[in-house]
Every structure is written in C-alpha cells, then in structure tokens.
Design a binder for this molecule. Structure first.
Ligand code: S3P
Ligand code: PEP
Length: 445
C-alpha cells in the first residue's frame, strides 16, 4: 500500500466566474456500465465514462473477473463480457480504493457465482460498513470471512447453488439495492427488492436496457422491483450522462462568487438525483434549465447559473434526502451565505460515507466562522450572508468535503484551506483545471 501524501489546497475570495463548465460522466452510471458490460454476452461500448480513480478501480476489477476491458479513447471504452454466471475467480486481491459503490456493487455481482474474492480499500473505505451488503448476500447463499463488523478487508465466497431472495431495504441505499439486484441476476426464479424511499434508479433503468426482465411497481409498502434471474443480457452502446453530483460544485461556486454567470451543459437531472437543484430553486438561486431533453433514457438539461439576489435559508424536506444524499456538504457551504437557517435532517446516512460528513462539515464550517448546530441525523446552518474564513478543513480522504470547502472559500473574507485535495481525483479529476478556467482562485497551498 503506497503511503498517501496529503495535497493541501486553498481557495481565495473570487468574483466573476464565467464560461462553460464541462462536467465528467456520472460516477454511478459509469460503475454500472462496466459491470453490466461484464455480465452481457458480447461487446458493450461506452462513451463519456468517468475516468476517475473510483471507476478505473472498477474497470480493473472487471478485468480481474475475466472481462476484456479496453480504453479506446478519452472516455471511450469497450467491454467484452462473459455472460451472467460466467465470472472467473480473481487471482489477486480486489482493491477498490475509496469507492463504496465499486466494492458493494462488485460484491453483489459475484455473490451468486461459485467463486471467491478478497476485497480491500483505502483507509476511508476500510472504515465503512459492509454488513448492509453481506446480510442480503448471505440470503442468496454467499458466505464471507473477515474483520468484525463487516469491515474490509474481507473474503466473499459466492453461492454455489443460489436461491432467489425477497429483500426489504433496511436503509435507503441504492448501493444495497443494486448489490441485491446484481446478485439476483444469477439466481434462479425471481428476486424482489422493496425500498420504502425511492433511491437512484440507474440499475433498474440499465437492467431494462440490457434486456433483463424487470418490473417496478410503486405500492403502499414502497417501490417493489421484481427481477427474473438468469437472463441473457444483450450488449449495449451507452453514452454516460454528465454527473449532477459533480456539477453541484461549479454551480454552487457561481452562486457564491459575486458577479458570476456560467453555463453547465448536458447535466443528468434524473429525478432520483436532482434534489439539490430543486432545493437551490427554493432558496432563490438564479438557475435556468435550458434545452431540457432526454439522452440515453435519462432527462438532461443545460444549466445557466447567475450569482445575484439574496439566498434564503430553508428547511430541506427529509424525504428529499435520497435524491441529493451526496450534495449536503456543498449545500451546507452555500447555506452559510444565505440569510437564515438551512435545516437538514434525515441524513444520518452521511455519517457512513467516505467520512462522517455531518461531523466533517460542522467542524469545517465552525473553523471558518460559520455558526452551525449538529444533530444526530442532521445539521442546521445559521446563515448570515457572510463567511469570515481563514480556517483549515480536515477532509478525511473525502472528495466532496474537499470540493465543498474550496467552494466556500470563493466568497469568504479570508482564504479557506483544505488539508488534502488529493481525493478529488476519485470522482472529478478535472475539478482544479475546470475551476481555474472559470476564474476561481483555487490553488495548491
Ligand atoms: O448507487 C450509487 O451509485 C450511489 C449511491 C449512494 O450511496 P448509498 O446507496 O450508500 O446511499 C451515493 O452516496 C453514492 O455516491 C453512489
Ligand atoms: C459516497 C460516495 O461514493 P461511494 O459510496 O461510491 O464512495 C460519493 O461519491 O459521495
């Protein structure tokens, strides 16, 4: 394991961000495109793949399971798949780095194949709970061995004679939902997943696109997803939409830096991913959705963002959380510049992301003179329209903490420093270059 060398960065008060922000492909869709391509029989072609460390780790893992995964150009990849149930047993440990989505979906993918694999990750990923995945996978007949509490490293042995499963999600997690669905692909009969709160639906959309027999019903008990096992998945051509979670950072940067006006084109606004944009509109942000359209089965629009007017603090409805779960750190940083309280509750899941994001955001805001109240499953930012800044933020290997607080610094009286911008490469490797192009005063400290 190479030792990680932190790379601090500092953001200075900036004004007049301008231009067009090119956002990379969606991280969730990119992971899934590689996995589905591995499970299909034949050649799947992908364009616009996110070439961040998390997704490149999944590409490497697919090769370890026997798929031929080839990069043909920037963002352009082909995957020669093995078919459902055709995975080979990896000859080495699968290191998923910082990627919770990667390791959890890959464990689901192999859980109903008669093979074993050992998984590990970086110091952040080795702190994150895997029991939420192992519990349902054991119902299929998989077994695991590893550290107490279901932490990585662990070895998973797929079921030699899998049975189908009906599983109600105990937490609103698209990663758990997707792991169960991937496992169900190689189980006989019908696997059923029930989710009380709708989470991102990329897996369901792609199951349909690759030819699986999948039905989704909204019933009183929640969303019920039924999947017929052991289909022959047909290879597809996938244009990955641009990531709304990454777009959130230049959007919020433009809302913080005075006199800014930017365009953020081709952004995926799948309703299970667009909660932040509804919240920003409710706060009074000047964001126009130009040219709304559908691309690759996903709703897309070009965002035009202008700084101006006073933003109002609001209470974010807790039932909106799954549709913006990764955007709370950057929302909290914007809320510091709003007038009044921004109340965020029902977000206890943030405590088990790359970092404890509630604790990290609260500490980072307080270090920069922002008043914030911490609650067990949420936080309240007491916005005054101004941020004194001058603090250094501990990022805990969390890319979204790093990017959020670099955005905070763009409007602060004194510069804001993050202790390590290195993890930004896991999801948005072009972030620093993009922000410079827009005119943001961000640089290595
Ligand atoms: O399924 C996915 O691609 C993801 C689901 C979310 O995690 P949970 O499913 O654990 O909420 C999200 O935080 C993550 O960035 C990506
Ligand atoms: C939580 C995230 O991703 P993952 O779970 O894949 O690490 C994220 O990108 O914010």
């Amino acid at each position: 394991m190479t030792s990680h060398q932190p790379r601090p960065a500092t953001a200075h008060r900036s004004s007049g961000l301008s231009g067009s922000a090119t956002i990379p492909g969606d991280k969730s869709v990119s992971h899934r495109a590689l996995i589905f391509g591995t499970l299909a029989v034949g050649e799947t072609r992908v364009t616009g793949l996110l070439e961040g460390e998390d997704v490149l780790g999944t590409a490497q893992a697919m090769r370890a399971f026997g798929a031929q995964v080839i990069r043909t150009d920037r963002g352009a990849w082909t995957i020669h798949g093995l078919g459902v149930g055709g995975l080979m047993e990896p000859e080495d440990v699968i290191d998923c780095g910082n990627a919770g989505t990667g390791v959890r979906l890959i464990m689901g993918m192999m859980a109903t194949c008669p093979i074993s694999a050992t998984f590990t990750g970086d110091a952040s990923l080795r702190r994150r709970p895997m029991g939420r995945i192992l519990d349902p996978l054991r119902l299929f007949g998989a077994t695991s061995m590893g550290r107490d509490g279901g932490l990585l490293p662990l070895t998973l042995r797929g079921a030699a004679d899998p049975v189908p499963v009906e599983y109600a999600l105990p937490v609103p997690s698209a990663q758990v939902k997707s792991a169960v669905l991937f496992a169900g692909l190689n189980a006989p009969g019908e696997t059923v997943v029930i989710e009380r709160e709708a989470t991102r639906d990329h897996t369901e959309r792609m199951l349909h696109g690759f030819g699986a027999e999948v039905a989704v019903e909204d019933l009183p008990e929640g969303r019920v997803i039924r999947l017929r096992g052991r289909p022959e998945l047909r290879p597809q051509t996938i244009a990955v939409p641009r990531d709304p979670s990454s777009a959130a950072f230049p959007v919020v940067a433009a809302l913080i830096a005075e006199g800014s006006e930017i365009v953020v084109p081709n952004i995926c606004l799948n309703p299970t991913r667009a909660g932040l944009y509804q919240t920003l509109a409710e706060m009074g942000a000047d964001i126009v959705h130009d040219n709304p359209r559908e691309e690759g089965g996903e709703p897309v629009a070009d965002l035009r963002v202008r700084h101006g007017g006073t933003l109002r603090g609001i209470e974010v409805p807790p039932d909106r959380a799954p549709s913006m779960i990764d955007e709370y750190p950057v929302l909290a940083c914007l809320a510091a510049y709003a007038e009044g309280d921004t109340v965020m509750r029902g977000i206890g899941e943030l405590r088990v992301k790359e970092s404890d994001r509630i604790a990290a955001v609260v500490a980072g805001l307080r270090a920069n003179g922002v008043e914030v109240t911490e609650e067990p499953d949420g936080m309240i930012v007491h916005g005054t329209g101004k941020v004194s800044g001058g603090g250094t933020v501990a990022t805990h290997l969390d890319h979204r903490i790093a990017m959020s607080f670099l955005c905070l610094g763009l409007g602060a009286d004194k510069p804001v420093t993050v202790d390590d911008a290195g993890p930004i490469a896991t999801s948005f490797p072009s972030f620093m270059g993009l922000m410079h192009t827009l005119g943001a005063g961000i640089e290595a400290a």
